[in-house]
Design a protein around this ligand. Structure first.
Ligand code: SF4
Length: 234
């Protein structure tokens, strides 16, 4: 699903983020892309991050740890629900061999617009040979050479990024971070991918593919350049 279609369905994060944006601006921590239409939360985007499902999968993880694919609610837009529904027979065929929850057909996969989580993980989260989680929709897209986002929901493509609708066609690109907890965002301390300060890679660098697919090469380059410059100075 395209970012514009997703935004037009009103799926971006909503809350009063004006104070947060003002504080970032006052501290010189606010970046810009797409001619000012996209504001950048530079501290959040330059934070250390690297996805490692072996550290957050239920059964493998340490206490007080959460996983985006096992613990977070994923709300789908109407178009995302329709896209998965249309591809469901093929998705089921892809998952049947690797996920016992799909062996006898598709389980209930959405309820009130949210992905279900039978057996403590997303209905599309598959366990690999090492018992860690990966996304069955991501794999399905790769198997069929489909563009990313054909069926994988946008919130999942974004994590840990967040797109906040600021109104007047302006958006804030931020991420799960301590400073955002007051706006209802989960604490990064729950997620091993975000709580290890020694990680060499940043949120912006690790989500580069998503940045390119949603905002284009030029904007993605600018976002990463600004976050790297910010990271180098702190
Ligand atoms: S759809 Fe994929 S990425 Fe999203 S929560 Fe489920 S398994 Fe994880």
């Amino acid at each position: 699903m395209s970012l514009n279609a997703w935004l037009s369905e009103g799926e971006a994060v909503e809350a009063d983020w004006s104070g947060h944006v003002r504080r970032l601006a006052l501290r010189g921590e606010l970046g810009h892309a797409r001619r000012g239409a996209l504001l950048l939360d530079l501290p959040a985007l330059s934070a250390p991050y690297a996805c490692d499902p072996s550290g957050c999968t239920p059964g493998l993880r340490a206490p007080r740890t959460r996983s985006c694919c096992a613990d977070l609610d994923v709300m789908l837009s109407g178009a995302e629900l329709a896209a998965i529904e249309a591809a469901l027979p093929d998705i089921a065929a892809s998952l049947q061999a690797s996920d016992p929850r799909w062996t006898s057909g598709a389980p209930t996969w959405a309820a009130s617009g949210l992905l279900t989580r039978p057996e403590r993980r997303c209905v599309f989260a598959v366990l690999g040979e090492d018992r860690s989680l990966s996304c069955g929709l991501h794999r399905f897209e790769d198997e069929r050479a489909l563009p990313r986002g054909t069926v994988k929901p946008l919130p999942c493509r974004l994590f840990p990024l967040l797109v906040v609708d600021l109104g007047d066609d302006q958006h804030l690109l931020t991420a799960v971070s301590r400073a955002n907890i007051k706006n209802g965002v989960p604490s990064p301390r729950w997620f091993p991918c975000l709580r290890d300060a020694a990680r060499a890679t940043s949120v912006a660098d690790q989500t580069a593919e998503t940045l390119v697919s949603l905002w284009g090469q030029h904007a993605a380059r600018s976002i990463r350049k600004q976050t790297r410059a910010f990271r180098a100075q702190v």
